[in-house]
Design a protein around this ligand. Structure first.
Ligand code: DI6
Ligand code: FE
Length: 403
């Protein structure tokens, strides 16, 4: 349904704006949408009289939030890693599986073997699960190709998803995700011969919105990541980084020195890294699905992140290995239960702060001028979104003013 002007009434609006009430709540609210954007929002009693000519859509007192934003996913990939799940339950660690030729590299084999159409079909099953829970924007990374053709194919698939479904997709080039088998022990040569030229080619094709990397003992060192970030800088692309997930290599501080949009995972982050993020304005993207799946016991430094006022986002990290999770609502529950986030922090983390992690200023809150990406829920209190497990209360989703 495409209607140019809509008036939604009898709504409980969780605006997620930073001033005022918890969750930015407005009771007995009304919201006007014009040309895909919110043109007026507030208490229904204050609705300017010229809007009363619109036919109101009565939401029956339901809760309305900004459309949810999953700011870190790897939804495009081939194959699955169910066997690896078994191996880890038999006692192997994530790093041992990776060193034994499993892990990311096994998904690389399956992704290289998949056509663009096959990647599209399998990715859409995961994207549809996210959409069914109110997601209107998601980030998608490459990084399971690790050769030119497959990296480009993954990014083209990500762009096609945005044509196939009413969602906004932001892409991140993650060529520095793992060292492919053919470059074993030659990471620098992989970066010079494959990763950096592919980044330039992908950028030339308009396929890249940001550049990401995996800074870890089993992946790339801070110095190697620096070469990727230098290329990103030359191309005018923002950066982000998988950092401090399994150990502390100082990747976060490096990312912050490049003004990173975000640093992601962060279980092993120390205070120096936190203050670097605070200075650069980078978002901490926490990924409790990976923490849970890997049975990690070290928590991200929640108190330090709060103390230094680093904005905290939450995302699924949907991927076949460390986080086979396609539910942003469960992610919110995990953020609260595993990381002791408040339900308000969790909701901000998948709306306002997630938008910031993607560099998107036109969404993430309900305010006049923002995109009309909304989720309407069959609940009245926003804490219910984080509190329930395996319960999807979505009534409907409005994307750019349409449903
Ligand atoms: N960290 C992660 O959690 C994912 N990638 C990364 O750099 C895991 C990817 C995988 O195991 O396939
Ligand atoms: Fe990831």
């Amino acid at each position: 349904m495409t209607v140019t002007k809509r008036l939604l009434t009898n709504a409980r609006l969780a605006t997620l704006t930073e001033s005022g009430a918890p969750y930015g709540l407005i009771d007995e609210g009304a919201l006007v949408i014009e040309s895909g954007r919110i043109s007026w929002i507030g208490e229904a009693a204050n609705l300017p009289s010229h809007y009363s000519r619109c036919t109101p859509e009565d939401l029956g007192g339901r809760l309305v939030t900004p459309g949810l934003i999953d700011c870190h996913t790897h939804v495009v990939f081939g194959g699955d890693r169910a066997r690896e799940f078994e191996m880890r339950l038999e006692g192997a660690t994530y790093e041992e599986v990776a060193r034994a030729g499993g892990g990311i590299v096994s998904t690389v084999r399956a992704t290289r073997a998949a056509s663009e159409d096959e990647l599209l079909v399998s990715s859409l099953t995961r994207v549809d699960a996210l959409i069914a829970e109110g997601v209107t924007t998601l980030e998608i990374k490459s990084g399971y190709g690790l050769d030119r053709d497959t990296e480009l194919r993954m990014l083209r698939t990500a762009r096609r998803i945005a044509k196939e479904r009413p969602v906004t997709v932001r892409t991140s080039f993650l060529g520095a995700h793992a060292i492919p088998a053919e470059y074993k022990d030659r990471a620098d040569a992989y970066l010079d011969e494959v990763c950096l030229p592919t980044l330039k080619a992908a950028h030339a094709e308009g396929l890249v919105d940001a550049v990401d990397g995996f800074c870890e003992g089993i992946a790339f060192s801070p110095e190697q990541i620096r070469s990727v970030f230098e290329t990103a800088k030359d191309l005018g692309l923002p950066v982000k980084l998988h950092a401090e997930q399994l150990s502390n290599l100082g990747g976060t501080a490096l990312a912050a020195s490049y003004g990173a949009l975000s640093a992601d995972h962060l279980e092993y982050l120390d205070e120096a890294g936190v203050t670097a993020m605070a200075a650069s304005g980078s978002v901490a993207v926490l990924l409790p699905g990976a923490f849970y799946t890997l049975r990690e016991t070290r928590m991200p430094p929640m108190d330090l992140l709060r103390k230094h006022r680093v904005p905290i986002a939450l995302a699924t990290d949907c991927n076949p290995g460390s986080s086979p999770l396609a539910s942003l609502l469960l992610t919110m529950n995990m953020g609260c239960t595993l990381f002791r986030m408040t339900p308000e922090e969790a909701l901000a983390g998948v709306t306002r702060v997630a938008a910031k992690a993607l560099g998107l200023e036109d969404r993430g809150t309900l305010e006049a001028g923002k995109r009309a990406d909304l989720a309407v829920w069959n609940i009245s209190h926003p804490a219910e979104l984080s509190y329930r497990i395996g319960f999807n209360a979505l009534k409907k989703r409005i994307f750019g003013g349409s449903e």
